[in-house]
Design a protein around this ligand. Structure first.
Ligand code: PLP
Length: 426
């Protein structure tokens, strides 16, 4: 059910009523069913402004894409200038070439790229390519990692087991997955010893940002890389969140472990809907021969490639990663201190560019240990934070953008403290 707890302004309440009449749940993505329900009129930099005149410091960033802040002028200008010359041609254009070269240069290890529209679909491309290249069907994946909403990848925990996540999902479409706890290389070694000849790929977020913003243990990614090489298995990093956020080369660069294929989305295009599959030439070239199908009317559109070219150019020329990390670090410390001051067991952990807020004191290394925290208590707090002008979700993941500065830090900590003083988090 939609989250009703945010006290909506009158204009939002009216729009919400109209939305609900025409759109199931009043939203166009189920992820938003449980989020804040205030209607947004405009957004700039690190701020959102509602139709009722409220402002919010944004730490959700549209679920991640607005890494450069909302409506970055240079990206919006590049897109609008380019689109005046046409939006989609059913043929090739120079911006595609530029954007492809820029992404491969930024990522570092990848030879080739195909653009798509959503993270969900480029994950499909990666799995298909891995299966085509190996002639095998099974895929090892991990508890807590999200790879899109389609039948063959959407999973959820029920009674301690991973399986179908939604009504209408065909359970047998998940049959080819071997689901393991993450951050445990022995489990991967064991699964590959038993099923290696059938396993096409190992897919993971190199940092499990979706669930708890948990980093790989030292040596884990390296061990999985070695195991994949030993068993002839394709290693896929799903960098839809981590890509261009943790650094130009995402998780692969941060931890120094190159995959064979990687998926990108969100931060790659300054807020525009673009995703990409990148990889080594001997895999990716199979699309080019027509041996493996990858299609899409809107792939590589003028809008998409103009947005990517402008975004990646600015990230290469003026990398914001240090200042993003500084803001994130200071904010994490500030939130922790406020928790202590108010006698609350607030837990703030993760990377500075994305971190996780919850309650509790467990040692967390994977999805199962994450459940030892009081995640429901944070979800309740998050609703009050929205009422106090902090745009966050109940999931506990906070994203920092290149536009978050001193002003946002002050506002965020002041608003957070006010929420705690008002009794939130108890
Ligand atoms: C790691 C990861 N992979 C894939 C996806 C799916 O991307 P999209 O929502 O663009 O389809 C997401 C979305 O959050 C994600 O976090």
């Amino acid at each position: 059910m939609p989250n009703d707890s945010t006290r909506l302004g009158p204009r939002s309440a009216e729009l919400r009523r109209r939305a609900a009449a025409r759109t199931p749940g009043g939203v166009h993505s189920n992820v938003r069913l449980t989020g804040a329900q205030e209607f947004i009129e405009r957004a700039k930099g690190a701020w959102l402004y509602s139709v009722d005149g409220r402002d919010y410091v944004d730490y959700l960033l549209g679920q991640g894409p607005n890494f450069l802040g909302h409506a970055p002028d240079h990206v919006v200008d590049a897109v609008s200038d380019a689109c005046r010359r046409g939006v989609i041609f059913g043929g090739q254009h120079e911006l595609e070439v530029q954007a492809s070269e820029l992404v491969c240069r930024a990522v570092g290890w990848a030879d080739m790229i195909r653009f798509g529209v959503s993270g969900t679909e480029v994950v499909q491309g990666a799995l298909r390519l891995a299966r085509a290249a190996t002639g095998r069907t099974k895929v090892i994946r991990f508890e807590g990692h999200y790879h899109g909403w389609l039948d063959n990848v959407l999973t959820a925990a029920r009674d301690g087991h991973w399986g179908v996540a939604t009504k209408g999902q065909v359970a047998r479409h998940l049959d080819d997955f071997i689901v393991l706890p993450w951050n445990d290389a022995e489990q991967v070694a064991d699964a590959l010893d038993r099923h290696g000849e059938q396993v096409a790929a190992v897919i993971m977020e190199p940092v499990m940002i979706n669930a708890g913003v948990i980093e790989p243990l030292p040596g884990y990614l390296e061990a999985v890389r070695r195991l994949c090489d030993r068993h002839g298995v394709v290693l896929i990093f799903d960098e839809v969140i981590s890509g261009f956020r943790l650094g130009l080369g995402g998780g692969a660069e941060r931890y120094g472990v190159p995959p064979d294929l990687a998926t990108y989305g969100k931060a790659i295009a300054g807020g525009f809907p673009v995703a990409a599959l990148v990889g080594r030439a001997e895999l990716m070239s199979r699309f080019g021969t027509g041996e493996v199908n990858h299609s899409g009317t809107f792939n590589g559109s003028v809008m998409a490639t103009a947005a990517v070219a402008a975004t990646v150019t600015s990230l290469l020329e003026d990398p914001p990663y240090e200042r993003v990390a500084k803001h994130g670090r200071t904010l994490m410390v500030g939130l922790r201190d406020l928790g202590i001051e108010h006698g609350l067991p607030l837990r703030v952990e993760g990377l500075p560019a994305a971190f996780h807020v919850s309650f509790g004191d467990a040692e967390v290394r994977d999805y199962r240990t994450l459940q030892r925290l009081d995640l429901a208590r944070y979800e309740r707090l998050s609703r009050v934070l929205v009422e106090h002008g902090l745009w966050v979700t109940g999931r506990g993941v906070w994203y920092v953008s290149a536009c978050h500065g001193e002003e946002e830090l002050d506002a965020a900590l002041t608003r957070f403290e006010k929420a705690l003083r008002d009794g939130a988090g108890r």
